[in-house]
Design a protein around this ligand. Sequence first.
Ligand SMILES: Cc1cc2nc3c(=O)[nH]c(=O)nc-3n(C[C@H](O)[C@H](O)[C@H](O)COP(=O)(O)OP(=O)(O)OC[C@H]3O[C@@H](n4cnc5c(N)ncnc54)[C@H](O)[C@@H]3O)c2cc1C
Length: 505
Amino acid sequence: MGSGVGGLSAAVQLALKGTKVLVLEQHNMTGGYSSSFIRGRYEFEVSLHELCECGDGKDGHTYGGVRKHLANAGVYPDLVCVPEAYRVIFENHNLDFTMPFGIENAIKAVAKVVPQDEEKVRNYFKLCEEISNALVYIEGCPQMKPDPMVMMTKHSSFLRTAGYSLGEVHDSFGFTPLTEDILSAYYGYITRNRRDVSFTVYGLLMYLYVRDGAHIINKTSHGLAVDLEERCRVLGAQIETGVYVAKMLVENGAVVGVQTADGSKIRAKRVLCNCQPDVVYTKMMDKKDVPDNALKLCDKRVAGASLFSAYVGLDATPQELGIDSYEIFFNFDQDAKRVYDATKVWTKYITNMSATCIDIAIPGMTGEGRCQIGFTYLLDPDAMAKDGVDPSIYQKNKEEFLDHLIEMYERLTGARIRGHIEEVEVATPATYVRYTGVPKGNVYAYEMTVVDGIVPRVNNKDAEQYIKGLDFVGGFGRRAFGFCSSITNGFDTAEDTLLKLKEAK
Ligand SMILES: Cc1cc2nc3c(=O)[nH]c(=O)nc-3n(C[C@H](O)[C@H](O)[C@H](O)COP(=O)(O)OP(=O)(O)OC[C@H]3O[C@@H](n4cnc5c(N)ncnc54)[C@H](O)[C@@H]3O)c2cc1C
């Protein structure tokens, strides 16, 4: 049920191993957030800023796990490496910093700004490398169940840090505030709360991006969905779009199929849901069929960030407009608590945002003499609850907010875009609610906290499978949200499903 990259990855892997697969997608096309949309003469990228684990194995880069999973299944998306990890503008530090790719390059770049922290930064990346090695080991273990002795002797740094937040680990290094801010700049990709996010998750993300480069898909992330869908079909999977799954069919405590919105009942040996578990448990199943622990886990989890996203089509080239970077993070405020609180209200105070110009990474991507910028601002999924989506203020709020983002962008980069806007579209949490059916529009699934990061999720994957025959894939699955986690999770879950199908024979 559902054809985001998580659902499609699971489908392709199951079909590859000869399983009979049916994918049901409510929209008229597959991909979920891995998509594009058209306004006037512009095709906008919906979501993708940077993919990790897509290194090509050349020039000292590792052959990334995501690229490998896809290639093993016969899927070869047109991946393009972006120019640098990120550029970050700190207004209050009066600093415009670019983080290059390559661990040694990154250490040198930070040391140029904060020379006294060079050794600390080197040790920090070393620690991140150890985390990455430990996870490679864990993923290679049958059922991802590592040998405790190997973990203790070879991956002790992983065990030592697994229970700590990013803020705590950064404090332990004794970085100057500027170094901490520079190294935390990726936080907006995973959380609104940079100090409390799980260090394991952040350290891994930072390390993999810097070591292997970050990639995007030529012709937008919709291309990835198309490649996955085509491969599924070639392998014999059936994909039906425009079909909303309304109910789970349950017999003797086990899910045995689904019922679609038109009342059709489809039986299946296993159902994989590419959506938020809360929705399945509370809207698609009878209360009596849902164990208390399943509901308690949903209640305990913290909804991840939603977004205010603006897609702006410009009638001139990046060079003509003075745009010279692919991805810029704008950090106006370094106080993590204040930034977090500000995301709870969507109209008042702008703290940090990002702006992405795809045409810098893929020249001419938008079309001759044109380009596009995507603005992204993190919002608490409940941010609109107070101000609401009252039609009388919704439009005004959207316009004011976007106006403010553009003002900041022009002021801090010197680029001039306002007079060149030909098309503009805005997505808010309300848009995301409508698009994927996630009740609060939380794009970032569940917050990756210390107690609910990748380690506990992978460790508890069997214990948290509460209902026979039912599993979850994608951003709400056992890893994290984001393209790479969703894809990897799709492949892993498919492997578990194959095992369970075999056991059931
Ligand atoms: C603006 C934006 C920027 C982002 N930037 C990045 C980035 O730079 N890097 C990164 O890694 N990630 C990024 N993400 C996040 C990333 O896009 C998602 O985490 C990932 O694509 C989610 O994939 P998924 O498989 O979980 O499914 P989704 O994309 O959520 O798709 C789920 C699918 O299931 C379908 N579905 C749900 N319920 C039903 C039902 N009842 N019946 C039928 N179909 C159903 C939905 O219609 C949808 O197609 C971004 C997201 C957004 C919105």
